[in-house]
Design a protein around this ligand. Structure first.
Ligand code: TUI
Length: 312
């Protein structure tokens, strides 16, 4: 394979230039180590998890992957981001991805500890700032992604970020098969980050109701809620999500009420499969995810197909 050798495989020391999304409440050691052991880059979600839980997740991943690389995602809106930022240094995590904010204040300490830093950026401006702060690469994440999203699409954002910075760019948002990888490389990206496709990995330990919703979703089955609060979030279009969106739109749910209704809703989806009160975060590409299989098969199939498309 030729196309799979990129600046990202070099930077991270992996076989395939694919990062698994750091999905809060979802991406734990089982999924992360399966992705890393398959030649990709597994990531443990920091989310708002307690520090001791996260330390254990890191140690379990280390045991499972040996000296292969893995990362931890730090969600910067999380109240314990500061603690997590220290934990990754203590534990000697090979690399960190960040989301939902500007990690600038942690950058120097991480770099000094030899940790590679790859922030998610929703704009060219933040990508440039991250390059100046010493980021090793950036993930340009389009609004097609699941969870907390920016405004620009993957197709528009990736080439503009590629033109604006000299560090490698990883494309994210709407990538779930080999064509998505090929398209990302054509846009100038050196790798991809994939979340939604891994929701249907055998090793992904979400509630069966969640997995089923993703596998059964069609092209129009994701919805964005939370625009009224300034924190837009894409999820499966369940009745709960539709009611939230309608309430925000007609003003019957205030931003404060919205926050109250969605507090803890991701945990309710992931652990309980609670359709009445859960937020089943997923990307707009869920319609193309139709089969549960091992992470290794997902990755190998994606890259085999990317090669075919690129060699055509
Ligand atoms: O972070 C994500 N996706 C997420 S986080 C999450 S958990 C959550 N919990 C409570 C409320 C909302 C979400 C579920 N999904 N993706 C990465 C991402 N980062 N998307 C957008 C951004 C982003 C936004 C603004 C990154 C930087 C940024 O910078 C603003 C600034 O400070 O300049």
């Amino acid at each position: 394979m030729t196309t799979t050798k990129t600046k990202i495989t070099e930077l991270l020391g992996v076989k395939y230039p694919i990062l698994q999304g750091g999905m809060a409440w979802i991406a734990e050691h089982t999924l992360a180590s399966a992705v890393t052991n398959a030649g990709g880059c597994g990531i443990i979600a920091g989310g708002s998890a307690p520090i001791d839980y996260l330390r254990e997740q890191i140690r379990l991943t280390k045991q499972a992957v040996g000296d292969k690389p893995f990362g931890v995602n730090i969600m910067l809106m999380s109240p314990n981001a500061e603690e997590l930022a220290k934990l990754v240094i203590e534990e000697g995590v090979p690399f960190v991805t960040t989301g939902a904010g500007n990690p600038g204040k942690f950058m120097a300490a991480w770099k000094e500890a030899g940790i590679k830093v790859i922030p998610v950026v929703p704009s060219v401006a933040l990508a440039k700032r991250m390059e100046r702060s010493g980021a090793d690469a950036v993930i340009a994440e389009g609004t097609e992604s699941g969870g907390h999203i920016g405004e620009n699409t993957t197709m528009c954002l990736v080439p503009q970020v590629v033109d604006a910075v000299s560090i490698p760019v990883i494309a994210a948002g709407g990538i779930a098969d080999g064509r998505g990888i090929a398209a990302s490389l054509m846009l100038g990206a050196q790798g991809v980050q994939v979340g939604t496709r891994f929701l249907a990995a055998e090793e992904c330990q979400i509630h069966s109701t969640y997995k089923e919703l993703v596998v059964k979703a069609k092209d129009t089955d994701s919805i964005v809620t939370g625009r009224s609060t300034g924190h837009p979030c894409r999820s499966v279009k369940t009745r709960f999500a539709k009611n939230l969106a309608a309430g925000e739109f007609n003003g019957s749910i205030t931003p404060d009420e919205f926050e109250e209704l969605t507090l803890g809703s991701l945990r309710k989806a992931v652990q309980d499969g609670n359709l009445e009160e859960g937020s089943f975060l997923c990307g707009a590409i869920a319609g193309m995810v139709n089969e549960v299989k091992p992470a290794k098969d997902i990755i190998e199939e994606m890259f085999t197909r990317a090669e075919e498309v690129l060699g055509r």
